[in-house]
Design a protein around this ligand. Structure first.
Ligand code: TRP
Length: 361
């Protein structure tokens, strides 16, 4: 166990180092990179997604980095029985992306991975490049299996990290903005790229780049109930699509503590610190300064400040969101365009793969 932890620590340290390097270089050489990110279509996005990843995607795409945004609909099948909402959730995700400022077009494409058959073909050779023991010890998968309470583990659950490698490699994505929990999956993708190139490209150029993680700099956003993570299933979040009233009500119920005077003390007062950080994410002011200003105003003022800041930050997004919801034909077109662009890339990669695997006819 100790050995595994050291290994995970090493991977994290290396990912942080690479991440910082890429962060510097990507501003100067945006075209050297291809960003690939994805979400499972299990529901609409909340402010945790917005501050933790969505804003960062908007920033990267605006730097001119080619960006692929993938909707991992197949992955929903690994631990959710509710596939009846996948299509609706997919479209709602697109609406959240566009409302947040993602601009689909030449540089940015959005598509569900189930619609890219040429990419999915890569799954078969990729599965031969990892051992079942390697799949068995993926800590993120283990965690999800425990959390889902599933009695028997379906093979899709065990192998989805390989499919995630397909997601990343088919378009030769080399930068994957993720949270720490996704690092084991990124390692699988790196391993597969390396093994594929070593095995099949001895006499030719490597087909796949080894992708790097771009670790989020936003600290983890806690749920409003003070439990570890903001997540829709725990009901401790604020959805991007919520009204201003719903936002105010949710914040009123947020957990704080007994002490009246507001201070920024993440260790001893994690709930208050979380609310202060949320205000800071909206206004750009330091949490310490916000705390100082509220001071004896107490929890009530802390909450009203957050309500105001958040509603103001999200107002343009929500206005745009409402407009987009009335234009589903456009949303469908965005997806169809994304699928066409992604398939073209997948076809090219599959040809290269067939060539080096000696499977041309
Ligand atoms: N596994 C990711 C999640 O649960 C979603 C995902 C699928 C993804 N394919 C990806 C993320 C490729 C990054 C790159 O959130």
């Amino acid at each position: 166990m100790a050995e595994l932890e050291t290994n995970a620590d090493k991977i994290l340290a290396e990912a942080m180092r690479q991440s910082a390097k890429i962060e510097e270089d990507i501003k100067v050489n945006p075209m050297k990179y291809r960003v690939l990110t994805g979400d499972r279509p299990t529901g609409r996005l909340h402010i945790g997604h917005y501050f933790g990843s969505l804003k960062n995607r908007v920033r990267l795409s605006k730097l001119g980095v080619p960006t692929m945004i993938l909707i991992a609909d197949y992955q929903v099948l690994t631990d959710h029985d509710a596939f009846d909402k996948i299509s609706e959730n997919t479209k709602q995700l697109v609406i959240d992306y566009l409302a947040a400022g993602i601009e689909p077009g030449k540089n940015v494409c959005i598509y569900p991975h189930s619609h890219i058959p040429e990419a999915n073909q890569l799954m078969v050779p990729f599965l031969t490049l990892v051992s079942s023991a390697e799949l068995d010890r993926n800590p993120t998968v283990k965690d999800e299996i425990i959390k889902s309470g599933m009695k028997s583990v379906n093979a899709g659950m065990l192998t989805y990290p390989v499919h995630q490698a397909v997601d990343i490699l088919f378009c030769k994505g080399n930068v994957v903005p993720v949270g720490k929990d996704q690092l084991p999956h990124l390692e699988v993708a790196r391993l597969i790229a390396r093994r594929f190139n070593n095995k099949f490209c001895k006499d030719s150029e490597p087909v796949f780049p080894e992708p790097h993680a771009l670790l989020s700099k936003t600290p983890m956003i806690m749920g409003l109930d003070g439990t570890a993570k903001m997540s829709k299933s725990l009901g401790n979040t604020i959805m991007l699509c919520a009204t201003e009233d719903e936002t105010a009500k949710a914040i009123k119920k947020a957990k704080t503590d007994q002490e009246r005077r507001i201070t920024y003390d993440p260790v001893n007062r994690p709930e208050v610190a979380n609310l202060l950080r949320l205000i800071s994410l909206c206004t750009g002011e330091e949490p310490e300064a916000i705390a100082e200003r509220i001071g004896e105003g107490g929890g009530g003022m802390l909450k009203s400040t957050l309500t105001e800041a958040l509603n103001e930050e999200l107002r343009p997004l929500r206005t745009k969101r409402a407009e987009l919801e009335g234009n589903m034909d456009y949303i469908r077109q965005v997806l169809n365009d994304g699928v066409s662009q992604a398939r073209e890339m997948a076809q090219k990669t599959l040809e290269e793969v067939r060539h080096v695997m000696n499977m041309e006819i």
